[in-house]
Design a protein. Sequence first.
Length: 256
Amino acid sequence: MSPAGSWFRHYRSNRLDRLGGAPRLRLVCFPHAGGNAQLFHGWAARLPDDVEVLAVRYPGRQDRLHEPFPESMDVLADAVAAALEPWLDRPLALFGHSMGASVAYETALRLEARYGVTPRRLMVSGRSAPHRAKVSGLHERDDDTLIAGVRRLGDLGSEVYDIPELRELLLPALRADYRLIEGYRPERPSPVGAPITAYLGDSDPGCVLEDVIAWSDLTSAGQFALRTYPGDHFYLAGQEAELIDDIIKDLEELSP
């Protein structure tokens, strides 16, 4: 298993970095299928100084390019939860986009069961609840069909697939992620102890509103909120400032 440090890209505000202080809270961020930690590189600058970001680095891409892809959701969530153990000295909140929402949910379950740690909030973006998600079978299709399926959701850096050298480099991770998330079909998912907020682009072709609201079934805390934004599946690129403002509000609601 890879060392814990290889699993996260660590982002802190300049002020917290200068002072060398400990954060009040860590926000753990999980990218979408085919995505990477770079999606969250600007978040620390928008968050309060005492909140730091741990962006999850999935195997099989960037500087983990030569590591094998996780074979299942269980393997991936087990590894992330174990890698978080050294960071449990401060409260955590989890944010996941698309595939990352399901990984964040499964990680939250493991943090509770194995370490007795309940995240302050589970924040799920652009993803139907696990028991309501539809399976497209895209991971079994040819390369062009897989890429077209991703582009149907929205355009976030998909032009890289038009460059043959980058396409060859990046497509295996995209296919592996789709294989993982399409193989993840829990029939009776367990509730987490954390409150849940769901975030959604109002034109997201990959999510049905009722299936996103079904995340409310998966919290035993009795607290669920839904927030929507203009945009498609990748609304968070164009609405980053608004999204982070709302994340801050959601976290402040839970402050002691």
